[in-house]
Design a protein around this ligand. Structure first.
Ligand SMILES: [Zn+2]
Length: 198
């Protein structure tokens, strides 16, 4: 009986160690997050403000950066990785060396206009012209918890407006004509069906 107890304890310890190892490995693989693709309805969920910058938020930000760089893309909103919090990462630098983290961003002012081709990691391989403000001022919290204002023009201004739309469940395809949007929807649904059936 004692021997059986001993064996049971050893097995339990081994199982615990094994699950800890699996958890560690999974944590490593999870650093590149799954990006939701349009027309997934989860892309329409409105994000909530971040209450506190916890270690989970820091992990989310580093995973989002890794996901964005790997994709590759120049911006990613938490909504796109199915986390419905007001968190955005952006990097418009050529060598991917200038990450910008926006926590609870709010637009203070918008002016001017510009039209440029936009794409989105959630709408892969489609680029369409969208009209946006040329200049945007945003108040945001950094990962260090400081409140700052960002004064952005041109590409950065487009990127900020595009990512902020994600936080309210809006996508760039919403700015297109009904005909263009339904063409994109049909093509993406067809592709997703092919991927699912292998
Ligand atoms: Zn997007």
């Amino acid at each position: 009986m004692l021997f059986a107890n001993f064996i049971f304890s050893i097995m339990f310890i081994m199982l615990a160690a094994f699950s800890k190892l699996v958890y560690k490995i999974c944590q490593k693989c999870m650093s590149v997050l799954n990006i939701l693709h349009y027309p997934d309805s989860r892309l329409r969920i409105k994000a909530k403000p971040v209450k506190e910058i916890t270690n989970e938020i820091k992990k989310l930000v580093s995973d989002m950066l890794e996901t964005m760089y790997q994709a590759p893309g120049i911006g990613l909103a938490a909504t796109q990785v199915d986390v419905h919090l007001r968190v955005i990462v952006i990097d418009i630098s050529e060598d991917k060396s200038d990450p910008l983290v926006l926590i609870n961003p709010e637009i203070i002012s918008l002016d001017g206009n510009q039209k440029s081709d936009e794409g989105c990691l959630s709408v892969p391989d489609f680029y369409e012209p969208v009209e946006r403000a040329e200049h945007v001022v945003v108040r945001t919290r950094t990962l260090e918890g400081t409140d700052i204002e960002i004064d952005a023009h041109e590409l950065l201004a487009v990127c900020i407006q595009h990512e902020m739309d994600h936080l309210i469940g809006k996508l760039f395809v919403d700015y297109l004509s009904e005909m263009k949007r339904s063409r994109i929807t049909k093509k993406l649904l067809k592709l997703q069906k092919i991927e699912q059936t292998g």
